[in-house]
Design a protein around this ligand. Structure first.
Ligand SMILES: [Zn+2]
Length: 302
């Protein structure tokens, strides 16, 4: 069941309480203050320091896995900052490194992170932490979980924790998963939905924070697919600095809607977002860029 904003208050090794955002599929953010609480418990952990990351891992985990984590994490850090144009992001260096916790296995992870059973990774946004667990078959972790959670952290910091609609937060994180894989999957989902005369207008997408609990599985899939493509639309149809300026405007005090209007002024009408124009141009973008579109059009004969 698609749910978001599920915030688990957990006690991590008895030292502090953190707000934890569980993601990978359908989880939102907590909106807590930016101050980091870094009273890290080091017992029970080995530490490998990389340029931008402290990688805490359970003793016994294969060193090759840790090196791989380091390579992927450093590479995603550069790529995500560049993709989103986050030139104003705080640097994750020295005492400001991001902490990655790798638990021994899923059981160990769930014991300490106290999240939903299906969760594969989580980002504690105010603390700049990523929590995940060792997997012998690690492709999913490195291609999906790691860039997704890291994007939540970077996007959160770029806007100083300013609340955004759930579709925006998850859309950014999904769009940054490896090799644009989620974009392609989303294109398929949206093209199929269109062929069945289904489309969630953006005003509903933006407003869905309080209603997501009621979504059935198909609607949830469409919701997340459109969210991912909407961010791709913003990042590919406009100069990159539009998105970073949008983040910066939130960081400097504007709410989501005002920051959006100021950053994408072509969608402003009478002091509001011109939703008709935004929906139309979003759909145009999907038609023009979606590999699956024509196949589904033929299928329904239009
Ligand atoms: Zn997420």
């Amino acid at each position: 069941m698609a749910r978001t904003g599920e915030i688990a208050r957990i006690d991590l090794r008895g030292l502090r309480t953190i707000l934890l955002v569980s993601c990978v599929l359908f989880w939102g953010f907590s909106g807590q203050a930016m101050a980091r609480s870094r009273a890290i418990a080091t017992s029970g952990w080995s530490l490998f320091k990389a340029t931008h990351f402290n990688i805490y891992y359970r003793p016994g985990i294969d060193k090759a896995f840790i090196y791989k984590m380091k390579r992927y994490a450093e590479s995603y850090y550069r790529k995500i900052v560049q993709d989103l144009g986050l030139i104003r992001a705080n640097y994750w260096v020295w005492d400001e490194r991001c902490d990655i916790y790798i638990y021994a296995n899923k059981e160990d992870y769930l014991d300490h992170v106290k999240t939903q059973e299906w969760s594969e990774g989580a980002a504690a946004v105010g603390q700049r932490e990523i929590h995940c667990y060792y997997l012998a078959d690690d492709e999913h972790l490195f291609a999906t979980v790691l860039p997704h959670e890291m994007t939540h952290l970077l996007f959160y910091e770029a806007r100083q924790g300013k609340p955004v609609p759930h579709c925006i937060d998850e859309g950014v994180a999904m769009r940054e998963e490896k090799d644009r894989k989620r974009v392609y999957v989303s294109q398929y989902v949206v093209a199929k939905a269109f062929s069945e005369n289904k489309y969630i207008p953006l005003e509903r997408l933006f407003d869905w924070n309080s209603q997501y609990m009621k979504m059935d599985k198909d609607t949830a899939n469409l919701f997340y697919a459109e969210s991912c493509l909407f961010i791709d639309f913003l990042l590919t149809r406009f100069p990159k600095n539009y998105f970073s300026t949008f983040c910066w405007r939130m960081k400097t005090g504007n709410d989501f809607y005002k920051a959006f209007r100021l950053s994408y002024p072509r969608y402003t009408a009478y002091g509001k977002i011109d939703m008709d124009k935004l929906n139309k141009e979003f759909i145009d973008y999907m038609m023009e860029t979606n590999y699956y579109w024509n196949a589904f059009k033929k299928q329904v004969g239009y």
